[in-house]
Design a protein around this ligand. Structure first.
Ligand code: FES
Length: 336
């Protein structure tokens, strides 16, 4: 067992078979993080004393400067004995439901599109989460965990459902899509993430998604639709794909009370000239452009949630900044 000390906060905690950030989060500390898989760099800390190794070899979030300054990634750092570290803890990163490690048994899987499938797991021990959060899945015979957002709402935490897009040649999605059968088990850890539904925000909601960003936006919409605090708010959902076979999400919104009155869906494609797009009568463009066209100045008064490929998220962010959406009204987790 290793003891981690943060002298500036007068805190000591145990870290056994865990990374420093995750161990801190499990006991309710506000250790900064975002992606949880060694890529964004948000979980950096300075090592004052002790030694750490990395869970993932050469995590991409480490820079030359980090190495020179003895800075490490908390989400990947495994202590090799007692350590003293320097990090700024912030309440923003505290979890309402403390993340925990469990096992998930696959109880159902079905295709959402040609490359997105929903996987439903029953947990060995309930783990509650807030709609919009993500979990880490360790697939059988795959090294390391991957972060995926849940599409259900997690009040009791008995089941976690994920809508996952297949990554060509990706080890984790190949294992999940091609090898995992009903009854098989995966490792689960969570929940994590700050892009969850804010029920105390008295504004209309805009969900923007592409790729497997579908999953957390479906969760947000489902939770918002049944939230008494948000019953007078509109929920707008825009999903972008390349061609019509990618466009999805409406089927889940149609199941919600209020669909067509206060819950609205727009599907859009970005490759109208592709032969497979012939006959498409819906919107054409990227989700950030569609959001700007449809809502214009109203964007600044909305609570905006978004998830999708990095280029989409960057473009959405630029549009929201240009449209003067306050930072506190934008919610996303940076994945790569
Ligand atoms: Fe650790 Fe992203 S690199 S949270």
């Amino acid at each position: 067992m290793a003891k981690i000390t943060i002298p500036a906060a007068n805190i000591e905690f145990d870290c056994t078979n865990d990374t420093i950030m995750r161990a801190a989060t499990r006991i309710g500390l506000g250790f900064p993080y975002e992606c949880n898989v060694g890529e964004c760099g948000n979980c950096r800390f300075e090592l004052i004393e002790g030694e750490v190794s990395y869970l993932r070899a050469n995590p991409p979030g480490v820079t030359e400067r980090d190495v020179q300054r003895k800075r490490y990634l908390g989400c990947q750092a495994l202590p090799q004995g007692d350590c003293t570290i320097k990090v700024s803890l912030r309440d923003h990163y505290k979890s309402k439901f403390l993340p925990k490690k469990t096992t998930g048994e696959l109880i159902e899987a079905f295709d959402v599109t040609h490359d997105i499938r929903e996987f439903r797991f029953r947990l060995s021990e309930n783990a509650k989460f807030i709609a919009g959060q993500y979990g880490l899945i360790t697939a059988p015979r795959v090294e390391g965990a991957r972060a995926y957002s849940m599409c259900n709402t997690g009040e009791d935490g008995a089941e976690w459902h994920f809508q996952i897009r297949r990554v060509p040649n990706g080890a984790a999605t190949t294992s999940l899509f091609d090898n995992l059968k009903v009854g098989d088990k995966v490792g689960l850890d969570g929940a994590y993430g700050m892009a969850y539904l804010r029920e105390d925000a008295p504004r209309d909601i805009l969900c923007l998604a592409g790729g497997s960003g579908l999953s957390p936006m479906v969760a947000i919409s489902r939770a918002a639709a049944k939230s008494p605090a948000l019953k007078d708010r509109n929920i707008h959902f825009i999903y972008g794909g390349r061609t019509p076979r990618d466009v999805c999400g409406e089927q889940f919104l149609k199941e919600l009370e209020g669909y067509g009155t206060r819950i609205h869906y727009i599907g859009a494609i970005s490759m109208p000239d592709d032969p497979s797009s012939a006959g498409w009568t819906g919107k054409v463009g990227f989700v950030h452009d569609i959001a700007e066209q449809v809502f214009g100045e109203k964007l600044g008064g909305m609570e905006v949630y978004f998830a999708g490929p990095p280029l989409m998220s960057q473009a959405v962010m630029k549009t929201l900044i240009k449209s003067k959406v306050p930072a506190a009204q934008m919610h996303f987790d940076q994945f790569y």
